[in-house]
Design a protein around this ligand. Sequence first.
Ligand code: AHR
Length: 512
Amino acid sequence: MTGFLRKAMLPGAVLALAAGALIGLPATSQAAGTGPCDIYGAAGTPCVAAHSTTRALYGAYNGPLYQVRRASDGATTNIGVLAAGGFANAAAQDSFCNGTTCVMSVIYDQSPRHNDLTPAPPGGVGGQDNPVPADALPVTAGGQNVYGLSFSGVMGYRDNSTSGIATGSQPEGMYMVTSATHFNSGCCFDYGNAETNNLDTGNGHMDAIYFGTLCWFSPCNGSGPWVMADLENGLFQSNTGGSQNTANTGSRNAFVTATLKNNGTNFFALKDGNAQSGGLNTRYSGALPTSPSGYSPMHKEGAIILGIGGDNSNSAIGNFFEGAMTSGLPSDATENAVHANVVSVGYGGPSPVASGTLNPGSTMSLRATTACCTTRYIRHQNNSVVTSVISSGSSTLDKNDGSWIVRRGLADNSCVSFESRNFPGDFLRHQNFQLFKQPMDGSALFRQDATFCPQAGRSGTGTSFASLNFPTRFIRHFNNTLYIASNGGVHTWDAASLWGDDVSWVVTSGWS
Ligand code: AHR
């Protein structure tokens, strides 16, 4: 069903909801438990948007969570829940995407409003956004394998034609579950209310939760990342912009609940908490900014964004597991109950993977085997990729630069890709046959350029890595710079001399 048709059902659906007999929606009699949107709804602040790739956000929800599109033939399928009110059917994704790669092409709104999210169009800043790779963020929820959304830059979703989302000075609340394992200071990893024309239309035209280390107003205490309010032309920690809370040095949990509420006239509040245990911390609760003007009252426009700024600024990275937006201002008690519900899910990481292997999730380093260079490791330096001598006495920077996280191949999941240990979202890729560390932009070309297929070391030692899209070329060091090189060829780095040794690497434990 198209987003338009899904939205066109709304009046009937709302009537049905009021009558307690849902038409075209899951039957309430199937309720398997309570979700965040049941909590918001029972408190009189119903969800008008509910997005998650991990679970149903209503106890009775039994519809699609997201759509995946596979690269091999462009076909799509919807991924639903294992049972009403339950967790995502990740096995259905694995089966549909087997032998190829998939992206998450639609994030469905589980609320009766059907405010579905699709890849965001170009805006005042940044061009068309890409959808996220579908298998980039495997985690567990309630012991089930599920996938979150991992944004690596130039990725984001939007709905400019929504139903029920606050406009003008109407009140609203929202929460998202994100993660302090994948963030940056790019603008802007947001979830919430934004402009309907993809442009910066002025102060107060946005009301979205931000998570990351972009310190827009001083002071920001500690090293972050912080939950902030993106109210347009500023990420606010208080009515004066910067933090008024010295205890708020950021939230560094693997799973983070972040909340924002804004009454549209003179009040907003920001909270965060460990999504795996404990309660919420109130980081700010007070007046809306009055200087500069434009924020009190607000000028909300009612679009929904995920992973980007209001004007489509798309240089942020981040993780998203679930989130919802309400009509009306949720009470503190309601927000506490929603957070407790999130904690009860039991989010967790995938099973730990041994370091120093080529299994996805492993952190490892790659040591050269050529006689000249057996203490040298592949590392990035100013975005180029070279070999450097790294030892136990090396600096933390050198060790981090020389460590890589193995990911399933971005363009072929039987091969591998290498994500930078200290620049999450940046991958090793070739360009004009040289290797670089670059942010994953989601394009088919990047995915191919960043995918390498391991095979026995061509010298008889270690492992060699064939380029997926240039299969006769292998990762090689030549004058300490990294290339994909063939055994003899037109480039200096294709020299046959020492080729077998130069393309053979030892996979070691990660330096960090
Ligand atoms: O408010 C911060 C950012 O500023 C907004 O997300 C964006 O629209 C603008 O560039």
